[in-house]
Design a protein around this ligand. Structure first.
Ligand code: IPM
Ligand code: MN
Length: 351
């Protein structure tokens, strides 16, 4: 029987509660589809940091490379200064494991409320391919004369030919495999960021010309936000840089029903990849059994697909769809009509 080694990082706040339901569902899907999952837990997060001042030990990072995939809950602790855990754990994993794609599906399931008037599941079904290792996220920059009236703060967006190329190529390949509208939209800002997005635009057309079956489309990031609200049905695959991708996927999460269901994959096609709900650790709900675990469950489904267990992934997605359509009153924490663990049980029931 095929067996997969999964590293699990439950993390902070409601991360562990979400991951618990995800694992419940993963085990049910594995049993149903005759494969095995061997999980190893890692306690990275705020509590460990407060205890040891350690975010991510170097040897653990090496160890993580030996897994088939990583399953992450959420990182972020109210007692830790913003940036420390994000940079020390989440971003460090993305950079050091070279998880250069952040794949974020924006899909509205039947029965789920969207804030967009007159839009339904047939209109909201696209994927954002966010570059995940460059742009404004590299930490390149610094201060001059910090704390003085002459202070200068510089934060540089790094865009490498290779980094942009591999991201755009992934987007075209993914679009072909997805086989829907056969359209990739480059989301940029060529009218202002005339260096960075000049490179993106040139590479986009260069790589894209090798995919004659796929239409090439362009939208500035501000206009992308507008169209995501007004005409989300126009999008199939959106490819963009790290910062714009971060911003537009929060908007994407809202139009697909909220953080309760939005999931993503941090992918290195040649190495180990990491799957996570895209929302934060929601500390105020910690331990209350109120949070919606569907985002973590959808991340688990993405992980199964990535592992090559496509049938199992589909089974989980179908189960999520059934639970949304037939049971949940809302996707928001505390308004679902069910507790966190009951939602996990429901998904398992449909599996
Ligand atoms: C995300 C998050 C992270 C990001 C934060 C927590 C550093 O917002 O995964 O989208 O900005 O990438
Ligand atoms: Mn974000």
């Amino acid at each position: 029987m095929t067996s997969y080694k999964i590293a699990v990082i439950p993390g902070d706040g409601t991360g562990p509660e979400q991951v618990k339901e995800g694992i419940k569902v993963l085990n049910a899907a594995a049993e149903r589809n005759s494969f095995k999952l061997e999980m190893t837990a890692y306690d990275f997060g705020g509590e460990r940091y407060l205890r040891t001042r350690e975010t991510l030990p170097d040897n653990s990072l090496e160890e993580l490379k030996g897994f088939h995939a990583i399953y992450l809950g959420a990182i972020g602790h109210p007692a830790v200064k913003p940036g420390i855990l994000e940079k020390g754990i989440l971003l460090r994993l993305r950079f050091e494991l070279d998880l250069y794609i952040n794949l974020r599906p924006v899909k509205l399931y039947p029965g789920v409320d969207t804030p967009l008037k007159d839009k339904g599941p047939q209109d909201i079904n696209f994927v954002v391919v966010r570059e995940n290792t460059e742009g404004l996220y590299t930490g390149s920059g610094g201060f001059l004369k910090k704390g003085t009236p002459d202070e200068v703060a510089i934060q540089t967006s790094i865009n490498t030919r290779q980094g942009v190329e591999r991201c755009i190529r992934y987007a075209f390949e993914y679009c072909r495999k997805r086989n829907r509208q056969k359209k990739v939209t480059l989301c940029g800002k060529t009218n202002v960021l005339t260096y960075a997005f000049d490179l993106w635009e040139r590479v986009f057309h260069e790589i894209g010309s090798a995919y004659p079956d796929i239409k090439r489309d362009y939208a500035h990031v501000d206009a992308t936000c507008m169209w995501m609200v007004k005409n989300p049905e126009w999008f199939d695959v959106i490819v963009t840089d790290n910062m714009f991708g971060d911003i537009i996927t929060d908007l994407g999460a809202m139009i697909q029903g909220g953080m309760g269901i939005a999931a993503g994959g941090n992918i290195n096609p040649q190495g180990v990849s990491m799957f996570e709900p895209i929302g934060g650790s929601a500390p105020k709900y910690t331990g209350k059994n109120m949070i919606n675990p569907l985002a973590a469950i959808c991340a688990a489904a993405m992980m199964l697909e990535h592992l090559g267990e496509e049938k199992a992934a589909q089974t989980v997605e179908n189960a999520v769809e059934q639970v949304c359509a037939r049971h949940l009153k809302s996707l928001s924490a505390g308004e679902m009509g069910y507790t966190t663990s009951e939602v996990g049980d429901l998904v398992v029931r449909y599996i």
